[in-house]
Design a protein around this ligand. Structure first.
Ligand SMILES: Nc1ncnc2c1ncn2[C@@H]1O[C@H](COP(=O)(O)OP(=O)(O)O)[C@@H](O)[C@H]1O
Ligand code: SF4
Ligand SMILES: [Mg+2]
Length: 388
């Protein structure tokens, strides 16, 4: 496991300094409590062991169906919520090991932009104050340079300086997203999580905001994690792409490679739904059968097996390795198993069958996994309470 995490996170030939962010085996479980006695009776495994790294000045796209854990990855790596397990290394330091004071110091460097710009802007504050509030709080510039600085940031985001005294309701959706971007940019960040930043906007406005984000990336050497369910947008903006399914990363590669040669059956199905602007092109759309299973009770083995048209017997009980199938192209699917992996999977299947047979024999006491879950969840809750 260690090796897999290291491989997917950082290419050994590159220095650690090339990467702004490294996420290692990140897990975030939300406890499910019973209505009676508020006992923890299970967990929603929103993020279940995700690893990736993002190079400085580049964009990683994160895609997958709604509910697969994209936003939870974004929020957890910014430490806006506690983690269950794993590490998030930002500029060489594990942000979960920072004290509150240290975290406050690093906060301006990691920012987030949300889908709905209206609800994240205070309706009673003028734009200048919205953009500048945290600039003053974190002493980003000396007081005498403050006004000029805010004007400069606004211009960089395509906003007129005289908008400073206006209120959010006076602006269109696209302009409001520019205000959110300006507010994040004003803190001089290194890394921005863009969580569906254009999903609520008209298509023509989407292109303008994407172009603005790309321009700012070039001008300020920014690094983005770009979360979206819109694959055309992700293809346009990202250098690398990660595909998530039910809390796990199932495929990761450079954008060009993953779009031209998707490996995982889930990625293939997702990508087959991208519209192609050519009337003569015959699309072979792969329709995903059934709905996405609940992350509170994910399928055993490969989590995608309940919807996969290539499902084999081993997929139903053995978890596929997340491994480098071709240089820089990672995938978790038994279709790409080596001889040894197939052998190991066969042995694991046999062992599981034997265990199941033994458990079904009359007189064998039934296992009580629920107790374990309650204990684990309690531990996690306790840990997060003490950390926060
Ligand atoms: N605060 C929370 N409490 C309980 N469950 C949550 C919470 N936030 C997210 N979830 C659950 O975690 C899963 C992943 O959610 P999310 O990260 O928002 O997915 P995505 O952004 O990919 O649509 C969903 O099943 C969602 O219901
Ligand atoms: S491991 Fe099996 S079920 Fe999972 S994606 Fe690959 S072929 Fe499909
Ligand atoms: Mg989301």
């Amino acid at each position: 496991m260690e090796d897999i995490v290291k491989d997917t996170a950082v290419n050994e030939s590159e220095t650690k300094n090339d990467y702004v962010l490294e996420v290692r085996n990140l897990k975030k479980y939300f406890p499910i409590k019973s209505s009676f006695l508020r006992l923890v009776i299970g967990n929603v495994k929103a993020v279940d062991g995700v690893s990736f790294a993002i190079k400085r000045g580049t964009t990683m796209g994160l895609v997958g169906e709604s509910g697969c854990g994209k936003s939870t990855v974004g929020r957890t790596l910014l430490r806006l919520q506690s983690k269950t397990e794993g590490e998030v290394i930002f500029d060489g330091v594990d942000i979960f090991k920072l004290s509150k004071k240290e975290l406050r110091k690093i906060r301006p460097k990691i920012q987030i932009i949300f889908q709905d710009p209206y609800s994240s802007l205070s309706p009673r504050m003028p734009i200048g104050e919205i953009i500048g509030e945290a600039v003053r709080e974190h002493n980003i510039v000396p007081p005498e340079e403050y006004e000029d600085y805010i004007s400069r940031i606004m211009r960089a985001c395509g906003l007129q300086e005289y908008y400073k005294d206006r209120y959010p309701h006076e602006f269109s959706g696209g302009q409001r997203q520019r205000i959110c971007i300006a507010r994040a940019l004003a803190l001089n960040p290194d890394f921005i999580v863009c969580d569906e930043p254009v999903s609520a906007l008209d298509v023509s406005i989407q292109a303008q905001i994407i172009n603005l984000l790309k321009q700012l990336q070039r001008d300020f050497n920014l690094t983005y994690l770009f979360i979206s369910h819109d694959l055309s947008v992700v293809e346009h903006i990202s250098d690398t792409v990660g595909v998530m399914y039910l809390g796990s990363m199932v495929e990761y590669s450079e954008t060009e490679k993953i779009f031209s040669n998707p490996l995982h059956p889930y990625t293939k199905a997702l990508f087959s739904a991208i519209p192609v602007p050519d009337p003569d092109y015959k699309m072979e759309r792969i329709v995903l059968e059934g709905s996405i299973p609940s992350p509170a009770n994910p399928p055993k083995g490969c989590k995608f097996h309940t919807r996969c048209k290539d499902c084999m017997k081993m997929c139903e009980c053995v978890v596929p390795n997340y491994k480098e199938v071709e240089p820089g192209h990672f995938c978790a699917c038994h279709l790409y198993n080596s001889e040894e992996e197939n052998q190991a999977a066969e042995e694991e299947m046999k062992k599981l069958e034997e265990e199941a047979e033994l458990a079904n024999k009359p007189g064998t006491p039934a296992a009580e996994p629920e107790d374990e879950v309650v204990e684990d969840a309690k531990e996690e809750e306790k840990a997060s309470e003490t950390k926060e």
